[in-house]
Structures are given as structure tokens and as C-alpha cells.
Design a protein around this ligand. Structure first.
Ligand code: C5P
Length: 339
């Protein structure tokens, strides 16, 4: 018997280099202004059609996961994305009126979970894309966009792919130029302290906000304009301090997880660089000129953890990763099978 084909995707993590919360919307969500970048840190997802439906075959899509534990499988956005794509495809695929077959999906989780890195949303965007290829089905951009927005606020960013200015609830994604030159390295330090995004926004609504209203928005607008004009590696590094200070959710995150504050201060002392936060946290990011420098810093953090220089935070040793910005150029090369 021949092995069924598998459709594979690499699902990148994201960083919010800025995150300004503009206002609370009538539906309880918040209008944002955020410059987001994809990273070369990825989850891997692979889907395989389960064959024509018969009494003997599976009666639903199935998902298996290795790596970090993303929680109950039935709640996983991958299954919801595949289901939503199948519903929307309806009878507009080659083997209609049969419904598109169930899929077996396997997810390798390398992106820390509930960490502000968008892993679940990225998996969902990739699962939808892989499912459509597996079925040889197509959706219009409007249909795909509607599914993305219904799954979660970050999914639209991953569907679009690439450095972008994200506004609205997250569904308005405008591409921005990548910084030129060698892609910056990022050190990511994720305390094992899963944080609910909703709880962070609730704390913000109760009044836990940055001391200077509007500063993140101004920085975010300037940075988006700078990127669009074209920004080189030196200019990007020069802005690291402003960017790291431009996350309106940080005070709310710290109000929920107060041990993050001494931990972040100790990290800043250890590394001598500005410490940002991605999304609602708890991941701290630090920008470097290259992956090599970020890797060196990762070594310093691991050593400091072992010798007790860093204060305790969360459940044991934080997850420390060195990665880089995933530029469109690198993404295109990787898609063509290069490295
Ligand atoms: O859309 P997603 O499921 O990722 O959002 C998780 C939670 O974060 C929402 O339930 C909402 O409380 C909050 N949120 C928000 N405004 C946004 C994005 C998320 O209030 N733009």
C-alpha cells in the first residue's frame, strides 16, 4: 500500500515590537496599533487525508501533538481551523458533492504555549492552508480572512505572512518592509508562567495602564513609518530601547504576575540591553545585531539561572531561545527548499 501524501508547513512564532492599545471596542475587544514580525522559531504541522469516508474510517479530524503541551486537543485551534475551512469549502472542491475528507494532523510544538508568541494562531493559519492543499480546494481571500478573524485576533497576521502593521482587533494587516541587511537576532526568555490574554486585557480595563498615555502609539506609528521607508540594521538596534518600552499591556501583565518585574530587572542588569515583552507576555525579548549575538546572550541567561543570579519566576527554569526575524526573503528561500 502506498503511503498517503502529507502536507507540511512550518508555523512561525511572532513578536510584537510595539503594542499600543488604542481603545476598548463595544464588543469588549480592543483596537490595537502593533508592529509585528514573524520569527524563524517555528512549530511544524503536517496533515494527511484519511481517505474516503466509510463506516470503518475516522468520524472526525484527528490531532496528535509532540513537544510543548498546548492543552486539551479538542480545544486546539488546528482542529477548529480545519473544520471551519471544510465548512466554507462546502461543495466548491473537485470531488463535490462529497465533503472534503477528514484529516489527520500532527503538530510539533517548539513555540512556548500561552507565552505571547502567537504559536496557536500560527498553527491555525498553517493548518487551514495545508488542509486546502490536501483537498485541492481554494478559498477567496475574503473567505480565508473571515475564518482567520473568527479563530483569533493573531491569525490574520499569520495568514498574511511577513512583517506588518496590525490594527483593528488584529484583523487589519498591512505589510511593512523588512529591515535591510542581516536579520536581527532575538533572545526570547519565557518564564514557565502561562498567562491568559483575556486576564491581561481585563486588568488593563480595570485601570492598570502605562504612566504616559499615548507614548506607545506614537512610537508604534513612527516605527511603522520608518520601516515602510526602509530601515537598516544599525537604525533598528538604535530603536530597541523605544520599542522595548512600547507595550501598553506590560503593566497589566505584571499586575497579574508580579514576579516578572524583579525577573525582568535582573535580566536587564545581566544583559545591559532593553527588555521588551511580546503580546500579553510573559515572554521577554531582547534585540541583537545577529543570531550569533542572541545565542551568546542565551548562554549567559542559562548560566545566570544555574548560578542563582536571576530571581525565581514561574515553575522552574525559564525557556530560553535564540532566534531571528523571518524576512520575506528567507521565507521564500525556505519555501523553495533552500536553507
Ligand atoms: O482573539 P483572541 O482569542 O486571541 O483573544 C483573546 C482575548 O484577548 C479576548 O478574549 C479578549 O479578551 C482579548 N483581546 C482584546 N482585544 C484584542 C485582542 C484580544 O481585548 N484586539
Amino acid at each position: 500500500m502506498t503511503k498517503p501524501p502529507s502536507f507540511d508547513r512550518q508555523a512561525p512564532a511572532k513578536l510584537n515590537l510595539t503594542l499600543a492599545v488604542i481603545r476598548r471596542l463595544p464588543d469588549g475587544y480592543h483596537a490595537l496599533h502593533s508592529v509585528m514580525v514573524p520569527l524563524t522559531l517555528t512549530d511544524a504541522i503536517s496533515v494527511t487525508p484519511l481517505g474516503p469516508r466509510t463506516a470503518k474510517t475516522a468520524e472526525s479530524d484527528v490531532l496528535t501533538v509532540t513537544g510543548y503541551d498546548p492543552g486539551p486537543t479538542r480545544d486546539n485551534l488546528v482542529l477548529r481551523a480545519i473544520d471551519a475551512a471544510r465548512l466554507t469549502v462546502g461543495t466548491s472542491w473537485p470531488r463535490a458533492p462529497e465533503p472534503p475528507p477528514f484529516l489527520s494532523a500532527h503538530l510539533t510544538k517548539r513555540i512556548p504555549v500561552a507565552a505571547g508568541l502567537g504559536g496557536g494562531s500560527s498553527d491555525a493559519a498553517c493548518a487551514m492552508d495545508a488542509a486546502l492543499e490536501a483537498w485541492d480546494a481554494r478559498l477567496t481571500a475574503t473567505q480565508a480572512g473571515a475564518i482567520a478573524a473568527s479563530l483569533g485576533s493573531d491569525v490574520s497576521f499569520f495568514l498574511a505572512g511577513g512583517t506588518a502593521l496590525v490594527t483593528g482587533r488584529g484583523e487589519d494587516v498591512a505589510p511593512l518592509r523588512d529591515p535591510t541587511g542581516e536579520p536581527p537576532g532575538f533572545l526570547l526568555v519565557t518564564p514557565r508562567l502561562p498567562i491568559s490574554t483575556q486576564a491581561v486585557y481585563d486588568a488593563l480595563d480595570r485601570g492598570t495602564r502605562p504612566p504616559v498615555a499615548g507614548a506607545s502609539r506614537m512610537a508604534s506609528e513612527h516605527f511603522a513609518a520608518d520601516l515602510q521607508r526602509g530601515i537598516g540594521p544599525r537604525d533598528l538596534l538604535d530603536r530597541a530601547g523605544v520599542l522595548a518600552a512600547s507595550n501598553d499591556l506590560l503593566p497589566a501583565t505584571i499586575s497579574i504576575a508580579p514576579t516578572l518585574l524583579p525577573f525582568r530587572r535582573a535580566l536587564a542588569r545581566l544583559l545591559g540591553h532593553p527588555i521588551g515583552q511580546s503580546g500579553s507576555g510573559p515572554t521577554a525579548w531582547v534585540m541583537y545585531a545577529s543570531l550569533v549575538e542572541a545565542k551568546h546572550a542565551a548562554g549567559l541567561v542559562k548560566e545566570a539561572w544555574r548560578d542563582g543570579t536571576l530571581p525565581p519566576v514561574g515553575d522552574g527554569e525559564p525557556i530560553v531561545v535564540a532566534t531571528t526575524l523571518l524576512t520575506r526573503e528567507t521565507a521564500a528561500r525556505t519555501a523553495q527548499g533552500g536553507t
